[in-house]
Design a protein around this ligand. Structure first.
Ligand code: SAM
Ligand code: GLN
Length: 286
């Protein structure tokens, strides 16, 4: 039998020896015990119940092997909502929450509470589309992905979070073009890692490659979207993308090529990295 303090100390030492992330063992224990950090601190010298200790040990072994916490738990929190995740979807990232927040702000500025049609291209777990719909019910929310298995997970997440989103399986904008759908807002966090990039093993070994890699230079999917965007956008519209921190120059140059009249803006994430690209077409913002 051990106390929470002993359990966590031992776990952190083993995680460090395996060269794994510092916070994962603590975050895992908090989720297992349903505690906030300050509650755990109050309980620090108490004995850990046997069933929790056993479950924690099993999960910890998976973390030590390099499995992401989201897979061990089976879910990830995103924008305050809980999303099921598995090997078929990208685990939604904190920087993507900032994309959602900035889209909501831009919606207020450009469309000011109007009903608009919005699509999330490459929705994965559905994190972006579902959070947006939960936060702003006036969005008519569509979402697409090429992976049927991802769309199945996204549909489960929409049901669990009671959000109405219309999901379509297909290649980039194709499902919208086929149905002659016109959008006011297009959002995408496409795969943007260059094919040859060396990555952390907990990402590259466990997350779907179709969600990560964006061709030789990482820009393949932006090109496809830019090339076809006018087929699916209303005249007054905006687009919002997540991007790699080192893609600002190349991506803004590409955006200017396709949308010379647009207002193009790059926003930084909380760690000060260039992370989001906004393109405004014929809006008051332009
Ligand atoms: N939107 C989710 C998020 O932000 O957490 C997932 C983003 S993940 C980086 C990119 C997603 O694009 C994956 O779900 C992947 O299956 C999807 N995808 C890859 N190629 C695609 C294509 N040709 N057409 C549509 N979706 C695609
Ligand atoms: N941010 C993700 C990562 O670092 C990649 C997401 C993407 O390609 N859109 O693994």
């Amino acid at each position: 039998m051990s106390t929470y303090r002993e359990l966590l100390k031992d776990a952190n030492r083993r995680m460090e020896e395996a060269d794994r992330g510092e916070q994962a063992a603590l975050l895992y224990l908090l989720e297992l015990t349903n505690m906030e950090a300050h509650n755990l601190y109050m309980e620090y010298e108490q004995e850990v119940p046997a069933d929790i200790a056993e479950q924690f040990e099993q999960g910890l072994c998976r973390l030590i092997k390099g499995e992401p916490l989201g897979h061990v738990l089976g879910f990830e929190w995103f924008y305050g909502y809980r999303f099921k995740v598995n090997e078929d979807v990208l685990i939604p990232r904190p920087e993507t929450e900032e994309l959602v927040a900035n889209v909501l702000a831009a919606y207020d500025e450009v469309f000011d509470g109007k009903q608009v049609t919005v699509a999330d291209i490459g929705t994965g777990s559905g994190a972006i589309a579902i959070s947006l719909k939960k936060e702003e019910d006036r969005l008519h929310m569509l979402a697409t992905d090429i992976s049927e298995k991802a769309v199945m997970v996204a549909k489960e997440n929409a049901a669990a979070n009671e959000a109405t989103v219309c999901f379509m399986v297909g290649d980039m904008l194709q499902p919208l073009i086929e149905r002659n759908i016109k959008l006011d807002i297009l959002i995408s966090n496409p795969p943007y890692i260059p094919n040859e990039e060396v990555m952390e093993e907990s990402v590259v070994d466990y997350e779907p490659h179709v969600a990560l890699f964006g061709g030789e230079d990482g820009l393949k999917f932006y090109r496809i979207i830019f090339e076809n965007a006018r087929k699916v956008l209303n005249e007054k519209a905006f687009m919002a993308f997540e991007m790699g921190y080192d893609q600002k120059e190349r991506l803004t140059a590409l955006a200017k090529e396709y949308f010379p009249e647009a207002k193009i803006e790059v926003l930084q994430d909380m760690s000060g990295k260039n992370r989001m690209l906004f393109i405004y077409l014929h809006t008051d913002a332009s």
